[in-house]
Design a protein around this ligand. Structure first.
Ligand code: SF4
Ligand code: SF4
Length: 102
């Protein structure tokens, strides 16, 4: 019990936003994510717009816009897309996100 309390004191709590803001990106000029917008037009739920932890997908006037620059390389968009609209590869070796908090 005392050890747990000591461990808790040593762990510095930070907000998720602060942890993500500490990351740095070496953005590849060649996109590692390609989205087929024709398939998106017929997608009812547009799950990518609320499940992407990097906020890379946004809905604007009914259209899905995406940017790969802030991608966290989790692969969620590819997995949740019901239409197979996301072509996903890792960025070239050494490029992309560099995590600062794990
Ligand atoms: S879930 Fe797939 S098809 Fe639907 S909007 Fe997102 S990328 Fe497009
Ligand atoms: S891989 Fe993850 S962070 Fe990158 S665009 Fe897809 S859901 Fe967002």
């Amino acid at each position: 019990m005392a050890q747990q309390a000591a461990t808790k004191q040593r762990i510095k709590r930070i907000r998720l936003e602060d942890a993500l803001n500490a990351n740095v990106w070496d953005v590849d000029t060649k996109p590692h994510i390609i989205v087929d917008s024709e398939k998106c037009a017929g997608c009812a739920d547009k799950a990518c717009t609320y499940l992407c932890p990097g906020g890379c997908f946004t809905l604007l006037a009914g259209k899905v816009l995406y940017s790969y620059e802030g991608c966290l390389e989790c692969g969620t968009c590819r997995v949740v897309c019901p239409k197979g609209a996301v072509t996903w590869n890792y960025p070239l070796s050494g490029r992309g996100v560099q995590y600062r908090f794990g």
